[in-house]
Design a binder for this molecule. Structure first.
Ligand code: ZN
Length: 312
């Protein structure tokens, strides 16, 4: 393999400009000439967003997951591994993407922040139906904490603390930025609480099991058609069980995601007379996303949930 110019790969932002620096609230321009001094690699979008908000113009953030890609099954290129190695800090979620866990262990163990502790991953994946094909998943920890805004707030606090250790002169700024983000997240939490307080149907049927923390916080229950990762193919038996479940619980809306094919959700909808709508697990942004950042997509999700679950 030929050596490629390293400069081309110093930032994922160069390769995927849509995934970087789009946060209007910070106006941070990653890899801009002035200001930024800490280079952070975040493993997927919600962590990128938190680092951008907390780091402000002192931090440049690269997202390891390319724009429009689904991060669960992320594979690392040699350039990704070099970027992990060279970063001042890697922010990732252990247990979410196996290749990232391996890459961090190999080249970034001494400069990585695993947010799973701060996120307090209390939920395990528990299938509603009997006869689950992959029994190992029954005890798998659910990683999708960021869809509960209060857990993302805890991660923002942890990111601020770690950035402050790297750059103590700006520690107060990171803490202040995290406080602003926390305030925004509490407002969002309040909107969700109010918006989902009175719904005809508390059962949500989703493409994959990404909404456990959201459901837990706001009084909903979730049935994911596939398992914890969207690439898992449901068997005909799984689909029949989901169809029975939808009919038994009078579910009228089947939710699908922007980063994976809606075919399975459409199949279930066709067989049950339900309609489909987007419920985005915000594992990444793409041109199909219903908003430009975490908050915009969370609010679009809330509107779709209110319509789909008959909330007043
Ligand atoms: Zn997921």
């Amino acid at each position: 393999m030929h050596r490629l110019p390293i400069a081309l790969f110093t930032s994922v932002c160069l390769l995927a400009p849509l995934s970087c620096g789009s946060d209007a609230s910070t106006d941070a321009e990653p890899s801009a000439a002035g200001g930024a001094s800490i280079e952070v690699v975040a493993s997927f979008y919600p962590l990128q967003y938190v680092v951008e908000r907390v780091g402000g113009d002192r931090v440049s953030v690269a997202n390891l997951t390319p724009s429009g890609a689904e991060p669960h099954e992320l594979e690392l290129t040699a350039q990704d591994t070099a970027e992990l190695s060279d970063a001042d800090l890697v922010v990732y979620l252990a247990g979410f993407a196996p290749a990232v866990d391996e890459g961090v262990a190999d080249v970034a163990d001494d400069h990585a922040l695993d947010v799973s502790g701060a996120a307090d991953l209390t939920l395990t994946y528990t299938p509603i139906e009997e006869g689950e094909e992959n029994p190992d998943e029954a005890n798998t920890r659910d990683p999708h904490f960021w869809l509960d805004p209060t857990r993302l707030e805890a991660v923002a606090t942890a990111v601020a603390a770690r950035l402050g250790e790297i750059d103590s002169a700006d520690a107060a700024s990171f803490t202040a930025n995290a406080a602003v983000l926390a305030s925004d997240l509490r407002q969002l939490d309040g909107e969700y609480k109010a918006g989902l307080a009175s719904c005809t149907n508390p059962v949500i049927v989703t493409s994959h099991n990404a909404f456990g923390y959201l459901a837990s916080r706001y009084g909903l229950s979730q049935l994911g058609i596939t398992g914890l990762t969207p690439e898992d193919e449901p068997s005909p038996g799984d689909l029949a069980a989901v169809t029975d479940f939808v009919k038994a619980h009078d579910v009228t809306t089947i939710y699908y995601e922007t980063l994976v094919s809606p075919a399975i959700a459409e199949t279930v909808a066709d067989e049950t007379g339900a309609t489909t709508a987007v419920l985005d697990p915000i594992e990444g942004l793409s041109d199909a996303s219903q908003g430009a950042d975490y908050f915009a997509v969370m609010r679009a999700n809330l509107a779709n949930l209110r319509a789909g679950q008959g909330c007043t």
